[in-house]
Design a binder for this molecule. Structure first.
Ligand code: 5CA
Length: 445
């Protein structure tokens, strides 16, 4: 992409309404624009990151055998009356009437809708296990929408639902989701710690939230610092293996880590004092096992091997995809702007032309652009007639992890400059070497 042809409305001034750094930087970097309280348009740069996150979520779900689909944003109230949640959900649910005076709602989550789909089509244990998911906009009429996309009213969420014959099978699905989530967040350059939590309006006793530690997080968390040493890494896992998924769950959840809702002072005090941590975190996902809560209420039954009809065991599993954009920025920025992890960056590499209009510099930039593109990478080329300082400030603000700077002086010596956004370190090298290096960095991501 050439910046001269793009739509990147960066702001020079700090927007006064933004209280936290991710909100401020998303507005300043031209990623989002508020349309009304807690509702945002995703401008091209923001939309690109959102799509990257969505793709990672899809890849990791499909890897585990979960099946993508798409349910509507608007739902009929009737299903929610069946489960009893139409009244329970309260004012967070946006209720609408259609022209026939029928009660509709903008879905805050999809347990009822998916259970209805399941019961309409599945009647035998032979079709289990089954995990379906979608990534779709949700609406919750939050009393205090704030912090930009962190607590929006309309937000983008992955929600998955498992259907199993027995509790044991459903717990395997729970563990499998935990593994997929660990992989997902790590690919986004984040450490998200599973913590025992409260199930709220979704229900059930078995639930973990995934928290990214950040001072601006809305949740208070208590944990043993040893949990922060754990990483999933690139280990291979067989998602069908009950033992393997169970052992990952044990490894990642046996140390004390809880949100304030379930915090237990006595257990916490049993941790060696130098490892006790009280901090704040951003909830970027939550997994639930709630047994037969919805299947019983909505008569989602299957015929078991013994011929008897039994309600299916279910769980639901959510990732806050749009919130993650903010969470990544909270975890990765400096005074000059965003620092995207390579796995989620909107463009792989910036190209800064220090002397636009200089025939040699222009030709060198065009050649770099073509070489990077030919390797399947997406460069963002600042080809505007701006001063170098302004171009660097924009690149730093939008946070591409790598930048190639091209100027007449370097070209005389046959070199360009490759700079890391994270460390600020630069090296001079021939253009083709710079391209090779950038390609190596992204190989396998
Ligand atoms: N049905 C379950 C699992 S699919 C569910 O709705 N879980 S949830 O309520 O925990 O939401 C899943 C994730 O969506 C949360 O972990 C959080 O990351 C994100 N989320 C929830 N509310 C908001 C909001 N108002 N703005 C942005 N993200 C949100």
């Amino acid at each position: 992409m050439r910046l001269s042809r793009y739509f990147l409305p960066v702001l020079k001034e700090n927007p006064s309404e933004a209280q936290i750094v991710s909100h401020r930087l998303m507005l300043r970097a031209g990623m989002i624009k508020q349309s009304s309280a807690g509702i945002y348009s995703w401008l091209p740069m923001g939309f690109k990151v959102l799509r990257k996150l969505e793709n990672i979520v899809h890849e990791e779900q499909v890897r585990a055998g979960h099946i993508p689909m798409l349910m509507p944003t608007l739902q009929s109230a009737d299903l929610w009356r069946e489960s009893g949640r139409y009244d329970d959900y309260g004012q967070e649910m946006l209720r609408i009437k259609d022209r026939h005076d029928r009660d509709m709602l903008y879905g805050p989550t999809n347990e009822e809708l998916i259970t209805d789909i399941f019961r309409s089509h599945i009647g035998s244990y032979k079709d289990l296990p089954l995990t379906l998911y979608h990534i779709q906009w949700k609406f919750r009429d939050e009393i205090r929408p704030r912090f930009g996309v962190m607590r929006g009213r309309e937000f983008f969420m992955k929600d998955g639902y498992n259907f199993d014959l027995t509790k044991e099978d459903a717990l395997h699905a729970y563990n499998r989701h935990l593994v997929t989530y660990l992989r997902t967040y790590e690919r986004m350059g984040l450490q998200a710690i599973p913590m025992r939590a409260d199930s709220g309006p979704i229900g059930g006793d078995n639930t973990h939230e995934f928290l990214v530690l950040a001072d601006t997080g809305e949740s208070e968390v208590f944990y043993d610092s040893a949990v922060t040493d754990l990483t999933f890494g690139d280990r291979e896992i067989d998602y069908d293996s009950v033992e393997q998924c169970q052992s990952v769950l044990e490894e990642f959840t046996s140390k004390y880590a809880r949100t304030d809702e379930t915090h237990d002072e006595a257990l916490f005090n049993a941790i060696p004092e130098d490892r006790r941590r009280v901090a704040r975190g951003i909830e970027v996902g939550q997994i639930f096992y709630f047994g037969t809560k919805y299947s019983e209420a909505m008569n989602a039954v299957v015929q078991g091997p013994d011929g008897k009809q039994v309600p299916v065991h279910m769980g639901s599993h959510g990732i806050g995809v749009s919130r993650l954009v903010g969470a990544i920025i909270e975890a990765s920025h400096d005074d000059n702007g965003i620092i995207w992890p390579e796995g989620v960056t909107p463009y792989h590499c910036g190209i800064v032309n220090l002397k636009q209009g200089d025939a040699e510099a222009d030709a060198a930039c065009d050649a770099l652009y073509a070489s990077l593109t030919a390797l399947g990478l997406e460069p963002l080329y600042d080809d505007r007639n701006e001063r170098a300082g302004g171009k660097f400030a924009t690149m730093d603000l939008i946070g591409l992890p790598w930048r190639i700077t091209v100027g007449p002086r370097g070209l005389k010596n046959g070199v360009v400059e490759l700079t890391s956004r994270r460390t600020g370190e630069s090296e001079e090298l021939p253009p083709e070497e710079a391209v090779k290096k950038v390609a190596e960095i992204y190989a396998g991501l």
